[in-house]
Design a binder for this molecule. Structure first.
Ligand code: PLP
Length: 380
């Protein structure tokens, strides 16, 4: 059986060259970057190089890169910093954030903070006036993601952060789904912190970064040996960080080609989907990631469809990976005003540079067969 992995927003394989870059640090180079001997110095040099590569991905100075265990930890660090710095106030987030923002924000309410969810339109976009309307002189943080993991919707972060900057309110941006897929210029976009994760664009799992502006006070979430300039303790995962750096470099070099390739696949899928009856493509008219299509076929249950596709070698998602298995509608679709029945049929296809047009055609053949079979059953 031919396998098609079409779930790249959940996690990608390693991009070309990444494993080769990592191997020496898994095999011969056992040094701890905090050690002063030659093995330690060698590991530290590798760390510095990877930091430079990740910095180039988002156009910052390497000193602004704090390596973490992934996007979840980076998001948690920023949200937790609010309760370390203040004894009360409010935090504003979008309702379509990843659980790694939603859950730590919910935890802040236990410490007496008010958490406001911004209104979004039917494509999930946060409106600038809606943001202006909820800011108060007690707003401690605003957090809005760059690109949504389910729909691929891209927010206008620059316009949103312009509003908070005028009031000197810190803006955090979860850019986990944007990094490596879109051009990112941290300083130009005007936020104070940003989360990245390597495994969304060809790096290994379990490594990410928090990018911070020099004027942003974000105390450590994990304390101990004082690594990462005191902002994230724990021995650095050198092989993973080296892989992160190599993936970042590859993403910078291949960005245009990646976008062009993914867009061809996405457009083909969307054209084909339109020939099926009663398909809804979510946020279709909005600015979206080139690699993501989130859609629902009327009458189908996403989990059943997902397992049918899985039996035929095709991997897709029924929403965010972390939500898989939960039979509750996607919170993203609910916030966009999509009814529960349509939302429970939602399937996400997310491609990478390694997918092919043939894999998309194969997916459509199976989907079409399933729809025909369903119609036949309904007409009996
Ligand atoms: N933020 C977004 C938008 C994501 O899609 C994910 C992962 O799916 C995360 C954060 C969490 O990143 P990590 O898997 O590195 O913890």
């Amino acid at each position: 059986m031919e396998f098609s992995y079409l779930d790249n927003n959940a996690g990608t394989g390693l991009a070309d060259g990444v494993l080769d870059a990592m191997l020496p640090y898994l095999q011969q180079q056992q040094g701890n970057p905090s050690s002063s001997h030659r093995f330690g110095r060698f590991a530290l040099t590798a760390l510095d190089q990877a930091r430079q590569q990740v910095a180039e991905l988002v156009k910052v100075h390497p000193s602004q890169v704090i390596f973490t265990s992934g996007g979840t930890e980076a998001n948690n660090q920023v949200l937790a910093s609010v309760s370390q710095l203040y004894s009360g106030g409010d935090v504003i987030i979008s309702p379509i954030e990843h659980p790694s923002i939603l859950e730590p924000a919910a935890r802040l309410t236990e410490y007496g903070f008010d958490v406001t969810h911004l209104a979004v339109d039917k494509s999930g976009r946060v409106n600038e006036d809606a943001l202006s309307a909820v800011l108060t002189n007690k707003t401690r943080l605003v957090s809005v993601m760059w690109a949504n993991n389910e729909t691929g919707l891209i927010q206008d972060i620059k316009s949103l952060s312009r509003i908070t900057r005028k009031k000197q309110i810190p803006f955090h941006c979860d850019a986990v789904q944007a990094a490596g897929k879109l051009e990112i210029n941290f300083n130009a976009v005007g936020v104070q912190s940003m989360s990245l994760s390597a495994h969304k664009f060809g790096g290994p799992k379990g490594i990410g970064a928090l990018i911070v502006s020099h004027d942003f006070d974000c105390p450590a979430f994990i304390v101990g040996g004082g690594q990462e300039n005191g902002l994230r303790s724990g021995t650095e995962n050198v092989p993973a960080i080296v892989g992160f750096g190599a993936a970042a470099q590859s993403a910078v070099q291949n960005l245009e080609r990646y976008q062009r390739h993914c867009r061809r696949l996405r457009d083909l899928l969307e054209v084909r989907l339109q020939s099926l009856p009663e398909v809804t493509i979510f946020a279709k008219e909005a600015n979206r990631l080139a690699n993501t299509v989130f859609f629902s076929v009327q009458g189908f249950d996403a989990e059943t469809l997902l397992m049918t596709l899985d039996r035929q070698g095709i991997a897709v998602s029924s929403g965010s990976a972390c939500g898989t298995g939960q039979q509750t509608p996607s919170h993203v679709l609910t916030a966009m005003g999509i009814d529960d029945v349509t939302a429970l049929g939602a399937i996400r296809v997310s491609v990478s540079q390694y997918n092919t047009l043939e894999q998309i055609e194969q997916l459509v053949v199976i989907l079409t067969k399933e729809v025909d079979r369903f119609k036949h059953l309904m007409n009996r």
